[in-house]
Design a protein around this ligand. Structure first.
Ligand code: FES
Length: 129
């Protein structure tokens, strides 16, 4: 059996939503201390809907495939739905990851959660001022 599913290979070779959103209103950056991989997520949210999402991942193939798939899964979704995204759901959507690569999908979940948290903080600041 191949180590990686075709979906993983496809998202690794042709990652969707790579890049930066200049006027993002939610940005999250996370890293894994063990492997040293880093993932940065940019969200453009309007009326609580994720209008656009882009990512930059300096990491392994599974991390790139996970971030690509995760961005596809939350694009166009309400913030509340994106908050529910789990690394398991990302790995399942990729038709699975080897056990020792599951932490790569955790990075995608954490990057999105961190960007959503940043978005919340910014919106709170706005209402205070
Ligand atoms: Fe570190 Fe994949 S090996 S994220």
């Amino acid at each position: 059996m191949a180590l990686y599913s075709e979906k993983v290979m496809d998202h690794f070779r042709n990652p969707r939503n790579v890049g930066v959103i200049e006027d993002a209103n939610g940005i999250g950056e996370v890293g894994n201390a063990k492997c040293g991989d880093i993932m940065k997520m940019y969200l453009k949210i309007e009326d609580d809907i994720i209008k656009d999402v882009k990512f930059e991942t300096f990491g392994c193939g599974s991390a790139i495939a996970s971030s690509s798939m995760a961005t596809e899964m939350i694009k166009g979704q309400p913030v509340a739905e994106a908050e529910k995204l789990t690394n398991k759901a990302v790995a399942e959507a990729l038709d699975g990851l080897p056990d020792y690569k599951m932490h790569c999908s955790v990075l995608a979940e954490e990057a999105i959660k961190s960007a959503l948290e940043d978005y919340r903080k910014r919106s709170e600041n706005k209402t205070e001022n």
